[in-house]
Ligand binder design. Sequence first.
Ligand code: HPA
Length: 237
Amino acid sequence: MSKEQCPSPHIAARYGEIAKTVLVCGDPLRAKFIAENFLENAVCYSEIRGMYGFTGTYKGKRVSVQGHGMGIPSIGIYTYELFNFYDVERIIRIGTAGAISSDLNLGDMYFAMGACTDSNYGHQYGFPAQFAPVADYGLLEDAVRVARENGFPFQVGNIYSADVFYDESDRQMEWGRFGVKAVEMESSGLYINAAAAGKKALTICTISDQLVRREYATAEQRRSSFTNMMKVALEIA
Ligand code: HPA
């Protein structure tokens, strides 16, 4: 069934050209950078809308890396096609997030165990009550192990996947009261797609903005913490 839908509307790959594990990131140029600098023998399988996708190997493992754009509607499209048309089994999102808790520092990694949202994405399923989108426990456990082994600073917790980046209500900080420590714009949609398809997903974020203290990562902080995040994602892929 899935083979007939490849190439899909938004991904130009033929069936089989995408690995069973895909790293996804918002910025397609970052996907290209990862393919060129972290993977061996990377081949580009899609350039539709400039949303690059590549497949290569890492320590002999076949891995793909795909851009997903910004926000739940965009990651929703790419990850739906990966899971349902290309039979991808695992998607690991590597992204940035804003800290809404004072105990997260710039450059820390945050593994999103669960994802709250104000998005309507899940309404298509008509849940009889609220659904709690969560990460795959095995991927999360592996990420924690690799981060510990390497001494990388990280925390695990709930994330808020907002529909709005420029939040004029100024209410997103209120999630902190419920232990939600960071805000980004995609994980809830990713986790719902994974659950609906019976597949696995995890979001690994690096804190790029400390919203409580109004601190913002420098280019050097972004670069070094990005390398930590890549190491974790590729080791667990
Ligand atoms: N808000 C939403 N998404 C983000 C942020 C933010 O402050 N920082 C990085 N991704």
